[in-house]
Design a binder for this molecule. Sequence first.
Ligand code: D5M
Ligand code: FE
Ligand code: ZN
Length: 522
Amino acid sequence: MPMRSPARIASALASHGYNASREAVTLLAGVDDTEQALLLAVEATDDDELVLTADHVKAAIDDRRATERPAGPSEPAASTPDSDTHDPPVSSGTDPTEPTHGTGGSPLETGGSGRVSRDQSKQSISVARDITGQSTGTGEYDEFVTVFRDRYEKLAGQLRGRVRHRPTGSLRSAPGGGEAGLVGMVNDVRSTTNGHWLVELEDTNGVFPCLVMKDRPIADLVDELLLDEVIAVEGGLSDDGSIMFVDAIHFPEVPRTYSPNTADRHVQAALISDVHVGSDEFLEDAWHRFTSWLHTDEAQHVEYLLVAGDMVEGVGIYPNQDEELSIVDIYDQYEQFAEYLKEVPADMEILMIPGNHDAVRLAEPQPGFDEELREIMAVHDARIHGNPALVDVEGVKILLYHGVSLDEVIAELPEEKASYDEPHKAMYQLLKKRHVAPQFGGQTRVAPEAEDYLVMDEIPDVFHTGHVHKLGWGKYRRVIAVNSGCWQAQTAFQKSVNIDPDAGFAPVLDLDTLEMSVHSFR
Ligand code: D5M
Ligand code: FE
Ligand code: ZN
């Protein structure tokens, strides 16, 4: 019986060097003696074929029937599916209540051949923006200046239509009094002795002090400010022209009128991250249940798997991490990850970006994996891009970003605006600031590059992150923000700081309606 789980069948086929079509796996799961049928199918398939298809299986089964049981049924046993088929919940909101789990039931598809397989000719996925192969950074100080200047230019371009910007130099030389607008990068935020806020903004000219009075409603927005983000302010200049009294604060923002793109057909994407293969805490069984579920009829529309970083646990990422490693060699970790990836149906498209545990540079933007690692992960022609990457999936623009800056946003902002329990709200802040990692120098390392790849030039339809190991999603204006949980149970460190991870969930997004459902595999 264990052989009948689709994940095991796919994995067994993989060990013979074949990717398997979903239909082939389904057929194999349905026959009386799966193991034998699998071997027959493998024997009957040419070595240079890459994918073992339903036709190969049918040919193998028919051959056997012709020799052994001429009078037998011509279809795989149409008995009930394994009794452990499941009913993954379609929960909404951020609290997946009492989820049941996928249990690796193998469904028997006895209908027409085209019904259950994914039509790969309809799949379309391409990357619109990614640092991979474009990095010019040499680490010189000048390049930090360049990247920050580019950030300023890009975001100021988004803001200039909203205020009548006057460069800080001209503000300083103005006669004083009157109204003024300024677009600047937040250089400093401090409270005055009277409890007001002094926000220092910097443009390409210099810095200018802007005072936000504590009793104004906009004072609340000061809580949301992060260093190095770009905002616009409007207000009155003091008589001596030395300071601005702020009346309005503007963020680059997602326009309220933004209307997201959708796919032309009913098709879904599973959005996951933080697999952490190589960790003692990696939830192998949950992963098998997930990949088994992908082979079931219920998942037939799930045609894309997007992985937002931390494929493996890595080595030397955190102090004492080695005490919790099941695989100590980084290459072995990726080899093992590739094995798990093989369980994913061959007719799905896979796309992944690295995270802070992966073997690429830590500073963002992180380029996609090097050739050696790509070769190890060359399964299903998985697409490998950088962090962040803007991807077009059947017309829907999905911004994948691992999410290290979320730690910073959560640490800096008040609980109600960003917390580990509601990670999507921290994502809303990034959308509002149109930058995936506004604040530089804390958790988040920024690589010097000729331009700032971390700016959201384009508004994504879907923003997909991970890293904080918490599941949460919601809509900011009309953009979907999903933080996807993880496949790693609580680590000793997480225990010590009370992080209670949401492990073993697969958020699934309808690309035609942008509706979310979450499936639990714990
Ligand atoms: O990060 C998972 C989450 O846990 C993320 O919010 C960072 C936090 N984390 C985990 N380990 C540490 C240590 N040692 N120091 C600080 N923060 C930590 P991940 O990147 O998956 O480990
Ligand atoms: Fe992680
Ligand atoms: Zn991470």
